[in-house]
Design a protein around this ligand. Structure first.
Ligand code: CMX
Length: 135
């Protein structure tokens, strides 16, 4: 089952500069910063009610974020939905013909297991499924 929009990912060139802008805009400070080595990204999270804003900067040119910025510029990179059972949702989407960008759930930022659906299958929007990892 898809639940709430867990976070919206925004690709930025300069995490520090973007952090200052979003701190002013939302009038709150980020609650977490984290580098996700496997994705080559540095992230910063703001909590806004029941959802979050994730700012993402690529750590180098191999990162999906750096490639996105070169092609499209800064902006909304993905929408992440919280799901109850990521394995089950991945199997369901695959059987519906959606292209999953990873075959198995992978480790994401903020203690999540994640999977991406190709933007070409979702009206040009990169969709992320995420499930809180059980500690
Ligand atoms: N949103 C919408 N469209 C996107 C996109 C995005 N985030 N990223 C790429 N695209 C578009 C490209 O512009 C391209 O469009 P055109 O064919 O019209 O030019 C199309 O999707 C396919 O692009 P591609 O050149 O075939 O593939 P890319 O090398 O650009 O890779 C994607 C695109 C989505 C497959 C790749 O970025 C990916 O696997 N993403 C999942 C992982 C990820 O995004 N990690 C970073 C975030 C990690 C985190 O949240 O922690």
């Amino acid at each position: 089952m898809f639940k709430n929009v867990e976070h919206i990912g925004i690709a930025v060139r300069d995490l520090q500069a973007a952090s200052e802008v979003y701190t002013k805009l939302l009038n709150i400070k980020p609650y977490k910063s984290e580098e996700v080595e496997s994705e080559r990204v540095a992230t910063l999270f703001f909590k806004t009610g029941s959802t979050k804003i994730e700012l993402l900067q690529g750590l180098d040119e191999t990162s999906a974020i750096s490639k996105f910025i070169i092609k499209k510029g800064e902006g909304i990179h993905h929408i992440a939905f919280e799901v109850e059972d990521i394995g089950k949702e991945m199997a369901r989407l695959k059987s519906e013909g959606f292209q999953l960008l990873n075959e198995e759930p992978k480790e994401g930022a903020d203690n999540k297991l994640i999977c991406f659906v190709h933007p070409k299958d979702a009206g040009g929007v990169l969709i992320e499924l995420c499930q809180e990892k059980k500690l």
